[in-house]
Design a protein around this ligand. Structure first.
Ligand code: TYD
Length: 230
């Protein structure tokens, strides 16, 4: 397989936002475009992305951990994240790949922290242990009215059945999550960019592509120096 060229320094991009915002579709489209330009691309997701983290994913999304409380869930998300970072993300960034990750630490801040009611200092400590310095270079926050997002998520699943433990929650909770993601974007403008995800997929794709390529071009020539794959 053609692995694409490597950058002198990899690039770690996370995609965040509420349910049904179209992150996965846009990640696929962006990956296709970047591979066509011969970038070495790793597409991954959370919870999951490594064998250890995928084993924990089912426990979290089935709701099996829910009876044990938000703190238990926060620890499990953090455990999965730590494994994913060390097994997949860090090695990829170190070899000069561009990593596109569907959800990461901001989802924990929002879902477990803000709407799970867990103390911010505790969440910060957990985050630092889990990511171990692997802060995303760029985070795209997909913003959509939660009512529309949930409608899209239901259509995608082919009906009401099959919603996961978090999708099932009330619209009021999803609205709080939207506000929390926007608050993160406002607090960390150097890392986060809000993407209006309400438009049609082609429109959103144009914005995502322009944003990511502009960010890559803004890096130093040393970081962007290309070498053939090993
Ligand atoms: P999934 O079906 O993978 O994705 P998505 O909603 O992005 O299409 O579901 C992941 C669910 O897990 C989603 O409801 C958000 C939730 N989640 C957390 O609560 N905390 C986290 O740290 C992460 C990564 C996800």
């Amino acid at each position: 397989m053609d692995k694409g060229f490597r950058l002198a320094r990899g690039f770690f991009i996370t995609f965040e936002g509420g349910e049904g915002a179209g992150k996965s579709t846009q990640i696929e489209r962006l990956a296709r475009k970047m591979r066509a330009k011969k970038y070495d691309i790793v597409v991954t997701r959370e919870p999951g992305g490594s064998p250890g983290a995928e084993a924990v994913r089912h426990v979290l999304l089935s709701g099996a951990a829910e009876p044990f409380g938000a703190k238990m869930e926060a620890f499990l998300f953090a455990a999965a994240r730590s494994d994913h970072v060390e097994q997949v993300i860090r090695p990829a960034v170190e070899r000069g790949a561009i990593v596109l990750c569907d959800r990461f630490m901001d989802s924990s801040r929002v879902y477990q922290g803000v709407t799970g009611g867990i103390d911010v200092d505790f969440m910060d400590a957990l985050e630092q242990v889990a990511i171990n310095g692997m802060v995303p270079d760029m985070t795209l926050i997909f913003d959509i009215d939660p009512a529309e997002g949930l409608r899209r998520a239901t259509v995608r699943r082919g009906g009401e059945a099959g919603a996961d433990r978090f999708e099932k929650e009330t619209l009021a909770i999803h609205r709080k999550r939207r506000e929390a993601f926007l608050a993160i974007a406002a607090a960390e403008p150097d890392r986060c960019i809000v993407i209006d995800a309400s438009g049609d997929p082609d429109m959103v794709e144009n914005v995502v592509t322009a944003t990511v390529f502009a960010a890559l071009e803004a890096r130093t020539p040393t970081q962007n120096r290309q070498t053939a794959p090993a």
